[in-house]
Design a protein around this ligand. Structure first.
Ligand code: PMV
Length: 360
């Protein structure tokens, strides 16, 4: 896929100021992407639930620059406050996209962003923020040039761009579940962008994902550094093969609605991700004592009640609780009575499978 397009330049004197906005969700991978190569290309296929509540809202106001300047020019406001850290990150990202969108050098951008989840909840926001930004860029292209009229083309390009910002962000473009990475199971799957998973059994379309906020602190090792450590991890090749096998088994469970098989794979993947961190050189650990305590409670609850409550983890200490809609009251009671003690400030987010980004 080559999205470089030198014809996407505006006529400054004829270009009117405009505004675009998108609300885009975070996602939770069930088969994890951990290890990459080239320009944000995954070592194994991954598949995730797109969430509903944990979202980023992003608006871009654009206008032709008043003076000629070869750089990307922007202001960035997070929660209505100017934010220099985020500005620097977004500036770097957009500066890398000027062959795809040459018009970025011709406009001044005012970018405003807010998260629907608490800023300090320790929730990774790169998937929601990068996908929201990528969707806004595609809307700008559409407004300025009348291109990307077909929804499928629009989404594919947005997913490609989101991937360049943060690999896992490419999956947030689609509601339900999305697949990223070449696999013999899905002919349309690609390493460069995500595709929607269209054969999801009904039971998974309303699946819940409650996120226990075990710790809000900054992670000691970033995802970027974690991916890099896979290059020297002596278990890496076996891990990529394991992910491919589990991907196949998971797809079959997702099609047939086998929630037990689904849950077992979800837990095994979460623990594999953290085991890879422990096996890195140097090793690192993102789990906290309360993560482990909550995991034990979940497994005990499952044994005692026979209810299909399973967990997953992202690259952090917070525990994701995965369960079908019909046991929601039981799980709510269990969280409030037994799990909330492990959450920082008793905080948890009730989320579920969502229908994907919406234009604002
Ligand atoms: O997209 P990144 O580079 O932040 O990596 C995310 C990796 C995991 O969240 C741990 C797994 C995944 O597939 O989302």
């Amino acid at each position: 896929m080559d999205y470089r397009d030198l014809s996407l330049i505006v006529e400054s004197n004829k270009t009117k100021p405009g505004s675009v906005g998108w609300r885009s969700p975070s996602n939770l991978a069930i088969i994890k992407y951990w290890g990459k190569h080239g320009v944000q290309l995954p070592r194994n296929p991954s598949i995730s639930f797109t969430l509903e509540t944990a979202c980023t809202n992003t608006w871009i106001d654009y206008k032709p620059k008043s003076s000629i300047d070869p750089n990307v020019s922007l202001d960035f406001f997070f929660n209505d406050q100017s934010n220099e850290d985020f500005k620097a990150k977004v500036h770097k990202f957009l500066s890398g996209l000027t062959e795809i969108f040459p018009f970025l050098k011709q406009l001044h951008l005012t970018i405003r962003s807010t998260n629907s989840f608490p800023h300090s909840a320790g929730i990774a926001s790169s998937a929601s923020s990068m996908s929201a930004l990528a969707l806004c860029l595609c809307s700008m292209e559409k407004n300025l040039f009348g291109t990307l009229q077909k929804a499928s083309e629009f989404k594919q390009k947005a997913s490609y761009l989101a991937r360049l910002g943060s690999g896992s962000a490419c999956r947030s473009i689609y509601g339900g579940m999305a697949i990223w990475g070449v696999t013999s199971e899905v002919a349309s799957a690609s390493n460069e962008y995500a595709v929607p998973f269209t054969e999801l059994n009904e039971v998974f379309k309303t699946y819940h994902d409650d996120i226990l906020i075990i710790s809000k602190g900054e992670k000691s090792v970033s995802s970027r550094a974690g991916h890099e450590l896979m290059d020297s991890n002596i278990y890496a090749q076996n891990r990529y093969e394991q992910a491919r096998q589990r991907f196949r088994a998971l797809l079959s469970a997702l099609k047939t609605g086998d929630i037990e098989a689904f849950g077992k794979i979800a837990e095994a993947e979460a623990l594999a991700l953290h085991a890879l961190m422990l096996l890195s050189n140097p090793p690192f650990m993102l789990l906290k004592p309360n993560t482990v305590a909550a995991i034990e409670k979940v497994q005990q609850f499952r044994n005692d009640t026979r209810l299909p409550l399973y967990f997953s983890l992202d690259a952090g200490p917070n525990l994701h609780l995965l369960y079908p809609e019909n046991i929601q009251p039981d799980v709510k009671r269990f969280i409030d009575n037994e799990l909330i003690q492990f959450c920082e400030n008793k905080q948890y987010i009730q989320d579920k499978v969502g229908s994907g980004p919406i234009e604002l």
